[in-house]
Design a protein around this ligand. Structure first.
Ligand SMILES: Cc1cc2nc3c(=O)[nH]c(=O)nc-3n(C[C@H](O)[C@H](O)[C@H](O)COP(=O)(O)OP(=O)(O)OC[C@H]3O[C@@H](n4cnc5c(N)ncnc54)[C@H](O)[C@@H]3O)c2cc1C
Length: 400
């Protein structure tokens, strides 16, 4: 509270966690603005909407969401995990259309940068006076109009999806990668809708995580119907573990790891695993793409493909808060206190993620919080239910 009135909250990103934060504002009586860069809520989720989540409905809809949803919209009796599109259609879309959310929602508005009015990053270090200056948000709409709005609390829920990691070895772009631009696909393809792009062609798939496994599985299925579909699947490790969890309680995830192992062992004529390879460089070659791959001993080989599918993960955009005092972890790029707690937990499975405590979410910058999948930096164990807990913890602090 500031001077007896509720602080104005700016929520950046209307994904599942930004939406949860908006509902928390409504319940606690904080005026809020929920900014979403895409032209509708859950822009990131919709970009992989055809993919089925690992977690069942009951883990993807918060208690708070249930309180605000029009009756009977969510089939909570189903153990089946929803697809991303189903989660948007049945939960996030209906929530966005409620009058209480509509009042604060601004779609098609990207937050470009956040600062403190009248202060630079190195001003008022440790004096506690930064909180007396409003946050200043630079906004841009789809027509490139720019303006500034102010807030007393900022919740950065912008996710990581906008910033896919490069293709090249060591996490930096491979020479030639920038020049290939949009010829490199960086999202899990919806093969139902883009069959002609992938069927009967040769693809270099790079990455070993769940997204790459999903793409390999789907391309292998496509190969059964579309002769000539060929996937060269380059993964960094000689012996990938495919993120398999012993006695995995999430059947969808367990099944994906099983299929990945099967494909790696030659289970599909369409998929050829190139284990222990990194991408050294890429270039256009007679209408196709030539990639030079390097093996563990330094040996190189050249492959020529029709297209490249790079699914090497993503990390949140730290440029947003460059003028704020946010302490980031040197290893994971997540906010420091939370990152240290996560590193301390030794990479436990996401289902074992426990509440970390409200102080873990605090930054040297008062009133600024990074929440949701972005708060986990390079740690890939984030689950939606962790985000619900983060929102509860932050509002516990704001209401105190
Ligand atoms: C393929 C896949 C499967 C997953 N499966 C599961 C699962 O089964 N269970 C589970 O619990 N979790 C799962 N996750 C992890 C996680 O729950 C999701 O990534 C989830 O979308 C994170 O929610 P979020 O709100 O933090 O971020 P996002 O969903 O990424 O939302 C961020 C929002 O911010 C917007 N935005 C970005 N930048 C700006 C800006 N500058 N200004 C304004 N708006 C901006 C985006 O358009 C987006 O709508 C999965 C992730 C992926 C990628």
């Amino acid at each position: 509270m500031t001077d007896g009135r509720a602080a104005r909250v700016a929520i950046l990103g209307a994904g599942p966690i930004g939406m949860e934060a908006a509902l928390a504002c409504i319940e606690a009586g904080f005026p809020f603005t929920l900014y979403e860069a895409a032209d509708d809520v859950a822009g990131n989720l919709r970009s992989w909407g055809h993919v089925r989540l690992f977690t069942p409905w009951s883990m993807n809809v918060s208690e708070r969401m249930l309180r605000h949803l029009p009756d009977g919209v969510v089939p909570l009796d189903r153990d089946e995990p929803p697809t991303g599109h189903e989660l948007v259609e049945r939960v996030l879309g209906p929530l966005a259309r409620t009058s209480e959310v509509q009042e604060g929602l601004r779609t098609g508005v990207r937050v470009e940068a956040v600062s403190r009015e009248g202060l630079l990053k190195h001003h008022e270090i440790g004096t506690g006076r930064r909180g007396e200056h409003a946050f200043r948000l630079l906004l841009r709409d789809s027509g490139d109009r720019e303006w500034v709005e102010r807030a007393e609390v900022v919740l950065d829920c912008t996710g990581t999806h906008d910033r896919p990691n490069p293709l090249g070895d060591g996490g930096i772009p491979a020479p030639g990668e920038a020049a290939l631009g949009s010829r490199i696909t960086r999202t899990i393809p919806d093969l139902e809708r883009t069959r002609e792009v992938w069927g009967g062609r040769t693809t270099l798939l790079v990455g070993a995580g769940h997204s790459a496994q999903t793409a390999a599985r789907d391309l292998a299925s496509l190969g059964e119907a579309a002769p000539g579909t060929h996937v060269l699947w380059a993964v960094r490790n000689e012996v990938p573990d495919w993120g398999a969890v012993p006695d995995d309680p999430l059947p969808t995830r367990a099944e994906l790891a099983r299929v990945a192992r099967e494909l790696a062992d030659g289970g599909s004529p369409a998929v050829e695993l190139l284990a222990g390879r990194v991408v050294d460089r890429v270039e256009e070659a007679n209408g196709g793409i030539r990639a030079v791959l390097r093996g563990a001993g330094g040996s190189t080989e050249s492959v020529t493909v029709d297209q490249v599918l790079s699914l090497t993960g993503s990390v949140g955009d730290d440029r947003l808060y460059r003028q704020l005092q946010v302490h980031e972890c040197y290893a994971t790029s997540g906010p420091m206190k939370l990152a240290a707690a996560l590193l301390g937990s030794g990479g436990a499975d996401c289902l074992d993620s426990v509440r970390q405590g409200p102080e873990m979410l605090q930054n040297p910058e008062p009133g600024f919080f990074v929440l949701g999948v972005k708060s986990y930096g390079r740690n890939n164990t984030f689950l939606l239910r962790v985000g619900w807990e983060q929102v509860t913890e932050v509002f516990g602090m704001l209401e105190a």
